[in-house]
Structures are given as C-alpha cells and as structure tokens.
Design a protein around this ligand. Sequence first.
Ligand SMILES: *[C@@H]1O[C@H](CO)[C@@H](O)[C@H](O)[C@H]1NC(C)=O
Length: 310
Amino acid sequence: MDRRNQTSIYEFLLLGLSEWLEQQYLLLGLFLGMYLITVVGNLLIILAIGFHLHLHTPMYLFLANLSFSDIGFISTIIPKMLDNIGSGSKLVSYDGCLTQLYFFGLFANLDNFLLAVMALDHYVAISHPLHYAMNMNSQRCVLLVAGSWVVTTFHALVHTLLVTRLSFCGPNVIPHFFCDLVPLLKLACSSTYINDLVLILVAGTLLIGPFACILISYFYIIFAILRIDSPKGKQRAFSNCTSHLSVVSLFYSTAIGVYLCPPSSHSGQKNRVFSIMYTMVTPMLNPFIYSLRNRDIKEALGKLLRRKSL
Ligand SMILES: *[C@@H]1O[C@H](CO)[C@@H](O)[C@H](O)[C@H]1NC(C)=O
C-alpha cells in the first residue's frame, strides 16, 4: 500500500472510560484522590528513608527507588486521564500518545526490575547473612539500580521508536484509557511484523527474566528459611520478606490479568478493571503494604511526621 495516499492521523481517541463518563465528577474525585494518595504515600516513604541514616541499607534504598518508580508510573496515566475526564474530551495527540507509551513502558518495567533486585537482595540476606555486607556493597547496589534504569530506558525507547515507523490512517479509536502498545499496534495500517517480533522476543525476555529471578530467589529463600533451626529465627527471616512478597503478588497477578488475557478481551470490562488495578492500585498500595508491615518504616514515618508537625 502506498503510504502517501493515506491521510495520516494526528490524534487518537481514548475510549476506555467513555461508558462511565456520566459519572464524571465521581471519577474525577476518585482518580484525583488515588493520585494524591499515591504521590504523597510514596514521597513519604522516600523521605522517611532519606532522612534516617540507619535505613540507608540496600533493602530500603531499593524500596525508595521503587517508590520513585511508582510515582512515575502513576503520573504517566492519571494526570492525562483527569484532563480528559475534566474537559470531556477523549483526544490525545500523536506525540502525547507516544510520550505516554514511552514512560509507561519505562516505569512499568522499572518496577518489574526493581522488584527482582529486591528479591535478589532478600536472597543474599537470608542465604548468605555473613557475607551480606560484602556481597551487597554500595557499589553493587548502584550498579543494580543503574543497570535497571539503562535496560528499561533502552527497552521503552526501542518500542517507541518502532511505533514511529508505522503509519496510522484508519480508525483512531483506542479502546483503552491510556496509550498502551498492543491496542496501538492494532490501529496501524502498515505492517507491524517487526514490532510484533520485538514485542515477543525482547519484551518476552525482559518481562519474564525478572519474574523468573524472583521465583528462583524465593525458591532458595524458602530452602534457607527451612534450614534455620529456631522457630523465632525462622519467623524473623520470613517476616522480612512478607512485604515484598505482597507487593510482588499484587504486581504480577494484575499484570498477568492484563497481558495474558486473550487479546480478544482486550477491550472488555474485566480487562479494564485489571488495567486499573495494575496501573493505579498497585502503586497506591505499595507504601501502605510497607508502612503497615515493616516496623522500621513505621517508626521512621512516625518520626518524620512528628518533625513536620512541630
Ligand atoms: C536508589 O538506589 C541507589 C543505590 O542503592 C541509591 O544510591 C539511591 O539513593 C536510591 N534512590 C532513591 C530515590 O532513594
């Protein structure tokens, strides 16, 4: 097909929430509330860790990074959505759509990598407690975090650049509430063969790699915990992992709900609920899971809030 004969599309329509638009004030309040809770909650975690030197251990520094990534994650979705709901328009410009695609890919995958790094950290702490300080020195921590950033930035960039090669001429309706890769590829009128190939090969390995790392880490962690003799030591070792384990279960169960559902159901109501859970509820709940379950964080938050109110 000749590209020049086709009118190009400069805007997309996000139809993900259109059925609910009658309750626009309710939605506006709900999503604005979720956004503020997420940003404030995660910011408090970062400040609580930043201000307390005894929390400058790998585990908490990784957690602060996760909170930062969660703020980025939700900021790629909700502000644009609020704008659309508030103005009653469903339009997103081509550039806006690609920007959203890029940052969503970056932060969603960064969460994925950081969760794997945290699992690795738990594994080293529990399986090799005597060599922990040596194995997880600050140089390696920086390397792990910087490596995660490099890989995810590159990965998001590749997908976004590959989308710019495509021409869009036909329907411009995205049955979703943000610009995600798969619904966008379906709208292209040029061949998406390379995009699909890269999606399967690169995304497949990059998304499954960290997940496999988490599973393997926990496999060894469970072995190591079972070998601990005293019940008290067992419990302490395990309770260190429970917050992380909760966050991991939430993140991956919703991600699997979104991306492993059959593609035909991509616009379905159920899929949208999973998408909302994945993109908004997960980043919102992470700070709560950590602050409610972890005594160090709870104390640090208490101190931080008291200092502010003085
Ligand atoms: C992220 O982790 C690195 C390496 O541990 C640390 O130096 C940095 O301060 C962390 N970033 C945040 C926002 O806490």
